[in-house]
Design a protein around this ligand. Structure first.
Ligand code: FRU
Length: 515
């Protein structure tokens, strides 16, 4: 079919499918210099349904080439989220270096069951294991999905972490096929109310010290986002092959991204020297009705995760855009340094009018109570990004960012009849009833992040705008904030302001970005 872009809002440098609906990243792995990114995919339309694993490949995490979907829906059910590993020793008996994928098969008839597929051509063609499923819930649980598999070296075994409603369950296996239940974690932990989805589990050094490592459990929750709907949360702790013991109290919720459009984060397997993740840039509250037609759903820029000790002594995870994005910079403009006490200072931002740029700067709010900058267009549509020093927050306000009202009542949740997963979930959300979804309130709002995560007086901001998304990284990803915006014209200007004492903006750089 003809896949020439017809969408005004299609990102210029973020990964999107050329046609059809996309949600979660799935089965990501790196082998022989190639990053493989699969994703929840509907090849037949741009709303959720008919789930397959779509597939794209890249050598630099930025330029993606779409290839044939790897795992297609079958009579057992939808192909839901999951992961892929490189079976170096051939434990699954498909030969050394086979790629083995574990995914959830979902249908009304069979429920949510874990299945396996393997590839002997480096991950391009997958064969489903004829003995599927390889794992069913021991208690008949309805929500049991999104297996993430990893090699646990101390016991020389495969482990699977799988979301089971309000907890994560661990299983182990010698061959990726026979799974034994180990333990569970999560009941009552983190933001409430919630439902756990799309787990990940890996080890990272703390503050770069290779002798001090901690385990990180990523839990994507829906609902549970601070601002409503979907978000990525994480827990830090220790793991002995049996139990995960979390460092913090159950009531502590740590978020990987403080925007409203960052969900289903998972990491690549097979990358040796860093932990790299990608998230889906949307929120189940309105994912099905965003003003897009040909395709729907984009991924975040790839990010690297690191652990750092916060000023409260707790360990947090930073999420910073990968350095490979520097290759996207096509122009470079330096704006003069500014010290402002009152009022505003406006600058022309971009001459290309493509709405695809990066803006970097060092901000010293000084004694200002509120200071920030506004990205705006000729129609007065604007995004306000500011430091609320009284509240100790970085805020991004999209209430007047462009189109903020779309879709009719509850249209977001009119998805494939046969398996209304997300409709089912929305009913369970106590504070938001089905058929009364108010897109104005769900979409148009400000999101904020605690500045205490940064522990500094000057903040380095790296902001990526791409047609309909804004990603903000502060101090190397100690704060990450991802939000969709739908301006009817590109943001071409920026206005800096401070409403009190002097604030300084230095090293302001603007680059147009293109593939
Ligand atoms: C998360 C999710 C997963 C599920 C998939 C279905 O966004 O609900 O739990 O596997 O989407 O598309």
């Amino acid at each position: 079919w003809d896949v020439t872009n017809t969408d005004f809002y299609r990102p210029s440098y973020h990964h999107t499918p050329s046609y059809g609906w996309m949600n979660d990243p799935n089965g990501m792995f790196y082998k022989d210099g190639v990053y493989h990114l699969c994703y929840q995919y509907n090849p037949y339309g741009s709303k959720w349904g008919n789930m397959h694993w779509g597939h794209a490949i890249s050598r630099d995490l930025i330029h993606w080439k779409e290839v044939e979907p790897t795992i297609a829906r079958d009579p057992m059910g939808h192909i839901f989220s999951g992961s892929a590993v490189i079976d170096k020793e051939g434990t699954a008996k498909y030969g050394k270096d086979a790629i083995v994928a574990l995914y959830t098969s979902a249908s009304d008839k069979n429920g949510q069951i874990q299945c396996m597929a393997y590839s002997t051509d480096g991950g391009y063609t997958f064969h489903k294991y004829p003995g599927n499923p390889v794992l069913t819930p021991f208690d008949g649980l309805k929500d049991f999905r999104d297996p993430k598999v990893f090699w646990y070296a101390p016991l020389k075994k495969w482990y699977m972490i799988v979301s089971a409603d309000k907890e994560m369950r661990f299983y182990s296996s010698p061959n990726l096929r026979d799974w034994t239940y180990i333990s569970a974690f999560g009941q009552g932990y983190g933001a409430q109310p919630n439902q756990f989805e799309c787990p990940d589990f890996f080890q990272l050094p703390v503050d770069g010290n290779p002798n001090k490592k901690k385990w990180v459990m990523i839990v994507n929750i829906n609902p549970g986002c601070l601002f409503g709907g979907s978000a990525t949360e994480y827990f830090i702790g220790d793991f002995d092959g049996k139990n995960f013991v979390c460092d913090s109290k159950p009531s502590v919720a740590k978020f990987l991204d403080y925007g409203k459009d960052h969900y289903a984060t998972v990491t690549f397997s097979g990358v040796q020297d860093r932990v790299l993740g990608i998230a889906w840039m949307s929120n189940w509250q309105y994912a099905n009705v965003t003003p897009i037609r040909q395709y729907r759903g984009a991924n975040t820029l790839p990010r690297e995760f690191k652990l750092f000790t916060g000023k409260d002594g707790q360990i947090y995870m930073s999420s910073n855009v990968v350095p490979e994005v520097a290759g996207l910079r096509k122009t470079f403009k330096r704006l003069p340094d500014l010290v402002i006490a009152q009022g505003k200072d406006s600058k022309n931002l971009s001459s290309s009018k493509e709405n695809a740029f990066e803006m970097e700067m060092d901000v010293a709010p000084g004694d200002a109570a509120k200071t920030g900058f506004i990205l705006y267009n000729e129609k007065g549509e604007k995004v306000n990004i500011y430091f609320d020093m009284k509240a100790g927050r970085l805020v991004m306000d999209r209430t007047e960012s462009g189109r903020t009202k779309f879709g009719e009542k509850a249209e977001a949740h009119k998805i494939e009849k046969e398996f209304d997963l997300h409709e089912h979930r929305e009913i369970k959300e106590p504070f938001r009833k089905l058929n009364s979804v108010n897109y104005k309130n769900d979409f148009a709002l400000g999101t904020w992040a605690p500045l205490s995560l940064c522990d500094s007086k000057t903040y380095h901001l790296d902001v990526f705008v791409d047609k309909c998304s804004i990603e903000i990284f502060v101090n190397g990803g100690r704060i990450a904030m991802t939000n969709l915006v739908f301006p009817t014209q590109p943001y071409t200007s920026v206005k800096f302001y401070s409403d009190g004492n002097k604030a300084a903006y230095r090293n302001i750089k603007v680059s147009e970005l293109r593939l």
